[in-house]
Design a protein around this ligand. Structure first.
Ligand SMILES: Nc1nc2c(ncn2[C@@H]2O[C@H](COP(=O)(O)OP(=O)(O)OP(=O)(O)O)[C@@H](O)[C@H]2O)c(=O)[nH]1
Ligand SMILES: [Mg+2]
Length: 441
């Protein structure tokens, strides 16, 4: 994927959200401390825009009974925005709602500047953050599939717009402006083929690790998954207070206090209404999640517990559950870890304890609650393990090392060149141990 960064100039953006009667019910729910402001409703879009490098100058909310098919919002409001664009020299208008190619075309005509929607903004962030070959392939595929029906619009831009957020210069880039739909389709076919190869390779890698107990960290973007990974495995994967810092799955060994080792994977964060092209193109990256024996769902507990219209613990938990379901992982064993408790109001913590009685409260940054988390993981591991009495030849160093590595040795007795071992071991490890010469007694 070619990335052409044309300029370091920060684009000025206006955010727009349209609340229909259905959305309004959610948004105008009982307030606790103050009347809610447009900033509340558009808080996440604002974070996304900043992550993409924009400066947000205005946030506009319009209440409507239903979305306008031509402009999404009312024509009059579009003209008001056009005036703002002129007065403030706005570069981009970002809609929270999904826009059809026709709506984008109409809005751009009236407003005289680039218009993008939330999905396109997220795709742009993914394109900027993609580092590995696989992530780049996945993002390029998602971008092309998103832009294919909109290619005409991009052609139309050629004469006016030079670059920036959401018109593809960071992704497949100018290529899109130069090629026709047929070429884009060919490219999609090629990308899918390459991704199929990557996926097959990944599946082989994951299968090769299948003798190990595997745990995957999942959760909303910015919940603290990578920080937890670093703390538990003493590594240094990239952490940032931005959305979608991690786009690749990384796996490291987590040594438990009882001597056992599990494989821990850090994964790409989720977000509500994740553009569906992204979910499908990121399947290869999420192989570790679908194959994991256990998931740790990390949640940012610093968010309000429930406050209609704003990102909350509840909306994040629910959004993650929806993505897990799409991945076919909703039946897996899941530990809920409420992270960042160092920053959470004690009253909110009490409420959270009531809402999520099985959750563990942790601080990945301050290493709080991690023993309890580990105990829970150990518990799952023990539940999957059998307590066995094995007989091993004392000279079989390879087998003895294997048992020490994979199992939890409870007792060891040496007798006439033999070792009798009481060990806790997973069923798959028992098969391997028997292949290496262990005998059940
Ligand atoms: N106060 C506090 N901040 C934390 C804690 N854990 C993580 N953070 C901060 O939260 C931000 C996001 O952390 P990451 O570990 O990058 O989050 P992530 O879930 O991997 O995010 P993505 O990869 O973007 O999906 C960073 O600024 C971290 O320093 C914690 O326990 N307490
Ligand atoms: Mg991360």
């Amino acid at each position: 994927m070619k990335r052409i960064k044309l300029t370091v100039y920060k684009e000025k953006a206006i955010l727009v959200g349209i609340i229909t009667s259905k959305g309004a019910k959610e948004w105008i729910g009982p307030t606790r401390k103050r009347r809610r402001q447009p900033e509340d409703y558009l808080e996440e879009l604002n974070r996304l825009a900043q992550t993409a490098g924009a400066i947000v100058t205005e946030q506009i909310i319009q209440h409507r009974t239903k979305l306008d098919p031509g402009y999404c919002l009312g024509r009059g409001k579009a003209e008001e925005i056009a005036q703002l664009v002129k007065d403030q020299k706005i570069d981009v208008i970002i809609f929270d709602n999904d826009l059809s190619p026709a709506q984008i075309r109409n809005l751009e005509k009236v407003c005289g500047t680039k218009v993008i929607d939330r999905s396109e903004l997220i795709l742009d962030i993914f394109a900027t953050h993609a580092r590995s070959k696989q992530a780049k392939l996945q993002v390029e595929l998602a971008q092309l599939e998103y832009t294919l029906p909109r290619l005409k619009r991009l052609w139309g831009h050629l004469s006016r717009i030079e670059g920036g957020i959401g018109i593809g210069q960071r992704g497949p880039g100018e290529k899109q402006l130069e090629i026709d739909r047929r070429l884009a389709r060919d490219r999609i076919t090629r990308l899918k083929r390459e991704l199929a190869e990557v996926t097959a390779r990944r599946q082989r890698e994951v299968a090769a690790r299948s003798n190990n107990f595997t745990v995957a960290l999942v959760g909303y973007t910015n919940a603290g998954k990578s920080t937890l990974m670093n703390t538990l495995t003493d590594t240094k994967v990239y952490v940032d207070d931005k959305l979608f810092s991690t786009l690749d799955t990384k796996t490291h060994v987590w040594k438990l206090k009882n001597g056992q080792k599990v494989l821990l994977s850090d994964t790409v964060g989720f977000i509500k209404n994740l553009p569906h092209h992204l979910v499908s193109s990121f399947h290869a990256t999420l192989e570790e999640v679908t194959q994991a024996d256990l998931l740790i769902h990390v949640v940012d507990a610093g968010l309000p517990v429930s406050l209609a219209g704003r990102p909350t613990v509840k909306t994040h938990v629910e959004a993650v559950k929806i993505v897990l379901k799409e991945l076919g992982c909703d039946e897996k064993q899941i530990i809920l870890a409420l992270n960042k408790v160092d920053e959470t109001d004690p009253l909110e913590l009490t409420i959270l304890r009531k809402h999520y009685p099985d959750a563990i409260q942790i601080s990945a940054r301050n290493k709080k609650g991690l023993d309890e988390l580990e105990k829970k993981v150990t518990g799952y591991l023990a539940g999957r393990q059998l307590e066995l009495d094995l007989q091993v030849s004392a000279g079989n160093g390879k087998l003895l090392a294997y048992l020490a590595d994979r199992g939890q040795i409870l007792k060891k007795v040496y007798e006439d060149g033999l070792v009798r071992i009481k060990v806790r071991l997973g069923p798959r490890d028992l098969i391997r141990a028997q292949e290496l010469g262990a005998k059940k007694i």
